[in-house]
Design a protein around this ligand. Structure first.
Ligand code: AG3
Length: 284
């Protein structure tokens, strides 16, 4: 909602706080069968996509999220060739995945085609690699896709979803994680956006337990700043079929592509858990 002075605010009612953007103009608004999508031109953050009142991507800071949702997991896996992105309709994660020359196939499974069509129009930079012959864009239910897929058919599954309410709710439970586990190859990794370490520590802890309950041998969270999301501090959680300690550090140091945030030092630092997480058995 934009107020009379031209500010869009996402309110976090359970946490007595909010984040606002000075809006220049509303560029688009659409109710799809799944959700309400709005696109704003803002004063400093550039173009902003909002879904059901929640901020999704801005031109200015999406690099943080998209780089940290992809490169740490890609450099943790010994040889990631087959990648699925569940959700991620703005194509920002897809673009980062395709920067890895080892990736042979990247399938984006987004339930709402309108997210991608609006991203193509208003976030052309994020969609710049969509024509890559290794990329495939599907507009179907990711939960069903994973259920129908064969065992050992993917190396890395990236769950780039909205908050765990509405269409994304079914992406945060043991049944879904079990299907992911089944589809992953020997050193397979699942990485999922896991909300704010400050606001949603309980959710992160539950994710670790549920992922392990689904059969994963190891789970680990990583942390990064994201000022447009609740609390300004965000996380992603990895679940591995094998131990997740360590990464292909030499490869990360010699990465053959540009990033704005990710590098080998950031990779290492991102997995350091805050002291208050010790009691939660996250990153033991
Ligand atoms: N996915 C994470 C969005 C969660 C933000 N939550 C909120 N604003 N309440 C973003 C999709 C980027 N590809």
């Amino acid at each position: 909602m934009v107020n009379d002075s031209g500010w869009f605010t996402e309110i976090y009612p359970q946490h007595g706080s909010a984040f606002s953007f000075k809006v220049i103009e509303k560029l688009a608004e659409e109710q799809t069968p799944f959700q309400r999508i709005e696109i704003f031109e803002t004063e400093w953050f550039g173009t902003l996509m909002v879904i059901d009142g929640c901020t999704m991507v801005s031109d200015r800071d999406n690099f943080l999220y998209h780089e940290m949702m992809t490169h740490p997991a890609l450099y943790t896996h010994p040889r990631p060739e087959r990648v699925w992105i569940i959700g991620g309709g703005d194509c920002g994660s897809l673009k980062e995945v395709l920067k890895h020359p080892d990736v042979k196939k990247a399938v984006q499974i987004e339930i709402d085609e309108r997210v991608t069509r609006l991203a193509e129009q208003y976030f052309p930079e994020l969609c710049a690699s969509n024509g890559d012959p290794r990329a495939e864009l599907l507009f179907i239910d990711g939960i069903q896709w994973v259920k129908d897929a064969a065992a050992d058919s993917v190396d890395l599954i990236i769950v780039d979803s909205t908050d765990p309410v509405g269409p994304a709710e079914g992406l945060f439970n043991e049944a879904f994680y079990r299907e992911c586990f089944r589809c992953l190859g020997a050193h397979g990794i699942l990485v999922q956006q896991s909300e704010s370490p400050l606001f949603h520590a309980g959710l992160i802890e539950a994710m670790h337990q549920t992922m392990r309950g689904a059969g994963f041998a190891d789970t680990r969270s990583l942390f990064f700043p994201q000022c447009i999301y609740p609390s300004g501090w965000w996380s992603a959680t990895l679940a591995g079929k094998t131990v997740l300690a360590g990464f292909r550090e030499a490869d990360a140091r010699a990465k053959p592509f540009e990033t704005a945030y990710y590098n080998a030092e950031i990779h290492r630092a991102a997995f350091a858990a805050p002291e208050f997480f010790r009691a939660l058995a996250v990153n033991p």
